[in-house]
Design a protein around this ligand. Sequence first.
Ligand SMILES: [Zn+2]
Length: 396
Amino acid sequence: MKDPEQFKANIKRNISDGAPSNKFIWPRYLTKSMEDGTFGYLMEVKPDSFDSFVDILNTYKLKVDPLTGRAVREPVRFTDLKAMVTACINIANAFRQLHRAGKSYQDLNDGGFFINTDTGAVLVVDCDNIAPDGANFGIGGKPGYMAPEIVRGIAKPDTQTDKYSLAVVLFKLLFRGDPMEGEKVVKDVCLTEAAELKHYGSEALFVYDPNDASNRPVRGIHDNVIKFWRIYPDYIKDAFIKSFTEGLTDPNKRIIENEWQQLFMRLRTEIIACTCGRTNFTSMFEKQDSTTYRCPKCGMTFATLGFSNKEYRMPLYIGCKFYECDIEQNSDDFIGVAGELVENKLKPGVLGIRNSSEKVWNVKMPDNQFYKVDPGKGCPIWPGLEIDFGDVTAKI
Ligand SMILES: [Zn+2]
């Protein structure tokens, strides 16, 4: 450590500032310094329901079997697609909150997060390098996650380099591979430090750079990336292309956190869970007409709901939800459920939307008249459905 006293003063300042939100396992108390100058700090214990990002990428964790004393593999997987996309929203949102507080993380990598694989809730850990933007206490970062300008030694970690690392983290979570590791890197049999400097620094090349195909993923080695690149819709792929082409050399071209958040909120909305078991993004369903999707496996069709504040439509299936941020103009609440598509308990097969929000909705019913729908109550789904939420309206 370059300057332990400065490092300690920074932690002390972070303790008194407090965490940017409850997504951070933040330093709480400093210990007294020992005679040799060493010190420690206390923080909350990570809840058991959260798994490390490393284990998620590995798809398993090691647990000691109490009977045999041997380490056994336990699978670590997201419960569903929605939980994974929600994790992406939460990661982007956590870094948005941190950067808004005028601080940067500086050492963003796979060891910095814990995720609840059922809900997509995120906890940011390892918060001791967090410092006011522009300040740096000697940390560089982890290879593969560091921005090229840090690898090349021409910049120090800040919010701009955090943005690069954020794109890497999101890429790894979605595509289960490294954005810069393709054919060009594989040809370098031994990844020496010099080669690493080249592939992640001066000659970094995105595996799906539209203008340079020399570093494409290699079949048999990068199968995950090849497989998942086909599945995600263009607006997600375009964001990564921008981050890892223009954004490689120009930090101002990197996707900002709020943009990621909006993109992943759209991606979460565009998931369809079909009754036949097929769960995927709308881009992987057939488009029957401009407002209807069709399941390629079983033929089931899905109507969609269009919100006046969104340029995309929400497919309607049992259990699908929309959130406070969907029905209120400047809301950032992407967790609070505002409405949910449910099956009528007394009349199976009859579908309706339940008002899970605290607002009274104005809804156009099948007789073409508008009626008030109170919180907790529902309205039937029909071809002319219109819901007036106040700020925002939605139509089938
Ligand atoms: Zn189906």
